[in-house]
Design a protein around this ligand. Structure first.
Ligand code: ADP
Length: 400
């Protein structure tokens, strides 16, 4: 009997890891999800989550190819392989070329690869994942969904860096990331808050290991905190966010750091980790701060300060601000970060409902501002994988 092919497999391929989720029909919860990690290293393994069960399969030094083939075997064992009707791939950088999800073929793949100079840490790994998946699952359509696409509506005044034209002509501009999450959360916010889809303004704070904030006007991104790369903007787990480029010139001159060392310093050793000297993890820092760890206290306040400043700045790209929405691991779970941030935003007239705020964690969604608050505040759990599945689903049954 022919299978219904209503499932969509989502693949997010990094340099040594591969995350995946399989969605059945329009269901919002993955029927199987998990990741392959340490790929290419001796401890490489595949972890499959199904309902509440978790299975770990050793890959014995296997690479991305081995991981995907093992994943296909596991899906076959579960009678799920033939149910896959499309594959959605998360691609970090689509440059100015990709303004929406795009069916993958050899030419599109080459174009994405050519954009690797804009995202050297991400796009090559994404492309590797697509190539292997197209080989292993050659009979279904593959669709690229870009982190940058949602932000292609940002006007030039907001995305242009104040640098000479030669560089701007070479594509050096603000692009913005986390677009799938911001787009998904923006739609959910309209429903949750009962807003007019054609007349509303939001600032969405996606706070995780990587963090960004976006101003959304009537469903479209009009400004965002991340730039050419995901390094600009907010204080993140290990990324500095904004820093005076002059400070880099100074560090390079004084300490003789190379460009690659500066890259590592700002991408991997800074942010909450650099400020606290303890951890990149918000939960760990909240516990340490409660016990009086000075570095943890500073890290959390600096993160909140930058976030509040960005929310205030982004609001100037909107004719009206209906709500501030929190999402991502920190935004969805830390009542304390939300409370401290809202306390800094008195100018918007937000009154927090402390009790409701304290109850928002673990995937719960709701309004956390008190009734009568001039501007609303809400928590919405993001679901990037499902949002990618939504983009890929229309291609089911489309022969190339
Ligand atoms: P990623 O950007 O890797 O997807 P996540 O969105 O999963 O990251 O967010 C990870 C962050 O969320 C970590 O800093 C983690 O400490 C934080 N976090 C998760 N749960 C909580 C919690 N209950 N309280 C505070 N922070 C939390």
């Amino acid at each position: 009997m022919a299978k219904d092919q209503s499932h969509v497999l989502i693949i997010n391929c990094g340099s040594s890891s591969l995350k995946f989720s399989l969605f059945a029909g329009e269901g919002r919860t993955a029927v199987v999800s998990g990741l392959a990690e340490n790929l290419g290293h001796s401890e490489s393994r595949l972890i499959l989550k199904e309902n509440d069960a978790k299975v770990t399969i050793a890959l014995d030094g296997g690479n991305h190819d081995a991981a995907l083939r093992r994943l296909m075997d596991s899906l076959k064992e579960r009678d799920l392989l033939d149910a896959i009707g499309a594959v959605g791939h998360r691609i970090v950088h689509g440059g100015e070329r990709f303004v929406k999800a795009t069916r993958l073929d050899a030419a599109v793949l080459d174009e994405i690869e050519a954009l690797s100079y804009l995202a050297p840490l991400h796009n090559p790994a994404n492309v590797l994942g697509v190539r292997i998946a197209m080989e292993v699952l050659g009979w279904v359509p593959h669709v690229a969904v870009f982190d940058t696409s949602f932000h292609m509506t940002i006007p030039q005044a907001a995305h242009a860096y104040a640098i000479p034209q030669t560089y701007r002509d070479a594509g050096i501009r603000r692009y913005g990331f986390h677009g799938t999450s911001h787009g998904f959360v923006a739609k959910e916010a309209v429903e949750l808050l009962g807003l007019d889809a054609k007349d509303h303004g939001l600032v969405i704070a996606h706070l995780g290991n990587g963090s960004s904030a976006t101003a959304v006007l009537n469903g479209e991104s009009v400004d965002t905190s991340m730039g050419l790369t995901p390094l600009e903007g907010l204080v993140m787990g290990t990324r500095s966010g904004d820093i005076d480029p002059g400070a880099l010139f100074h560090i390079a001159r004084e300490d003789g750091l190379t460009i690659d060392e500066l890259d590592t310093l700002l991408n991997r050793k800074s942010g909450l980790l650099g400020l606290s000297g303890l951890s990149n993890d918000c939960r760990t820092l909240e516990s340490a701060a409660a016990e009086g760890h000075g570095g943890a206290v500073l890290a959390l306040y600096a993160m909140v300060h930058r976030l509040a400043r960005y929310i205030g700045g982004l609001a100037t790209s909107l004719p009206r601000l209906d709500a501030i929405v929190f999402t991502g691991g920190i935004g969805e779970n830390s009542a304390s970060v939300r409370r401290k941030t809202i306390a800094r935003l008195e100018v918007f007239g937000i009154t927090l409902d402390e009790e409701t705020n304290a109850q928002m964690y673990g995937g719960r969604c709701g309004v956390i501002s008190a009734s009568g608050s001039r501007t609303a505040a809400a928590v919405i759990a993001t679901n990037e994988e499902w949002a990618i599945a939504n983009e890929a689903r229309p291609y089911i049954g489309n022969a190339s």
